[in-house]
Design a binder for this molecule. Structure first.
Ligand code: FAD
Length: 307
């Protein structure tokens, strides 16, 4: 059983950087919730916020619209996710060029999952980029971008072993990736062991832990099973019996995620990516606990005097 150690470092907020991930909303109601979330998290000054890209480009318009709105209406730096699924090279290149013309300078480059969902057999498009590494190379050929890629502390379910998995990460780094963001995990020992393996393979880019606050344990456990993420027994125990008690569930989720993050801080990690699921509450609370506070606004009088 792995439990987290609580941080004793009082100065952590000064050193820690965070980024937040959103998905493009499908309905007006979801859109309104996303923008409330963005507004709530913006004062925490994340390094960037990323917007996911649906299988087969299914969210292309919505991803583009969301990224554009972040660029034009907020002070945030957006990172556009891109996948290779069901896209020819020409189509992927056009999407990259479109984002670049809009002013996007950060990307998260991914192979993606088949349109049928996680676990289905992946078949690259005959004229497309075959994997994350090829997409990173394509981005590098388009311009100078900050490119993040995926990493898998428990290895990708399709990888036969860690050596194969880390070899793919190495190819992505060799092609220009400057940061890896991990699949979510709940066992920090597995993350630490993975980073050791990655360093032994001569890979030195930041391996930023992807933190998934558990908004709904049943849904997360189900998704974890498909992604190859181990759900420790102690975690299931924490949420046991809270299926119809959302308030307590949210309190426990905040405590669990904060413990995980504080334990990682204790192990020397100072960069975190939060899978927000377009909800601000847990990400905001966890940031607060690790010392990340909203930027102070200038008092109105000072603002108008300076104007
Ligand atoms: P790659 O880096 O190309 O490969 C991942 C691993 O799979 C490699 O280590 C390799 O060893 C193994 N592998 C790949 N292909 C094969 C093969 N043919 N045979 C054997 N092994 C193979 N999905 C989306 O659809 N949209 C998103 O916006 C999105 N964002 C994500 C963000 C992050 C930070 C992460 C971690 C995942 C995200 N995903 C997203 C999910 C991702 O698309 C899936 O995990 C997908 O299955 C692999 O994509 P990848 O870029 O990691 O693949």
């Amino acid at each position: 059983m792995s439990q987290f150690r609580l941080s004793r470092r009082p100065d952590i907020g000064d050193k820690i950087r965070v980024s937040f991930e959103f998905f493009p909303p499908k309905t007006d109601e979801m859109e309104a919730r996303l923008w409330e979330t963005v507004q709530r998290l913006e004062p925490l000054r994340p390094s960037f916020v990323s917007v996911t890209y649906g299988a087969g480009g299914s969210t292309r318009e919505r991803t583009t619209r969301t990224v554009k709105r972040i660029l034009t209406e907020t002070s945030l730096t957006p990172a556009a996710h891109l996948t290779c699924v069901d896209a020819s090279r020409a189509q992927s290149d056009a999407v990259i060029a479109g984002f670049a013309a809009m002013g996007v300078r950060r990307f998260v480059a991914l192979r993606g999952d088949p349109a049928e969902g996680v676990g289905a057999c992946y078949r690259p498009h005959a004229q497309g980029y075959a994997n994350g590494a090829e997409l990173v190379a394509a981005l590098a050929s388009h311009g100078q971008f900050d490119v993040s890629v995926s990493a898998y502390p428990e290895k990708h379910p399709e990888s036969p072993d860690f050596a194969t998995d880390i070899e793919m990460l190495k190819r992505k780094v060799d092609n220009g990736a400057t940061r890896a963001i991990t699949q979510f995990f709940f066992d920090n020992d597995l993350y630490e062991r993975y980073v050791e393996r990655v360093r032994r393979a001569g890979i030195y880019i930041p391996i930023v832990p992807g933190i998934l606050p558990v908004h709904n344990f049943a849904a997360v456990a189900n998704f974890a099973g498909r992604c190859g993420t181990h759900v420790p027994a102690w975690l299931a125990e924490r949420f046991d019996g809270l299926g119809s008690d959302p308030q307590t569930h949210a309190l426990v989720a905040a405590a669990v995620a904060a413990e995980q993050v504080l334990d990682l801080v204790e192990r020397g990690v100072d960069d975190f990516h939060f899978y927000t699921m377009n909800r601000a509450d847990l990400a905001f609370a966890i940031c607060h606990m690790i010392g990340i506070r909203a930027a102070q606004e200038l008092p109105r009088a000072a603002t108008s005097a300076a104007a």
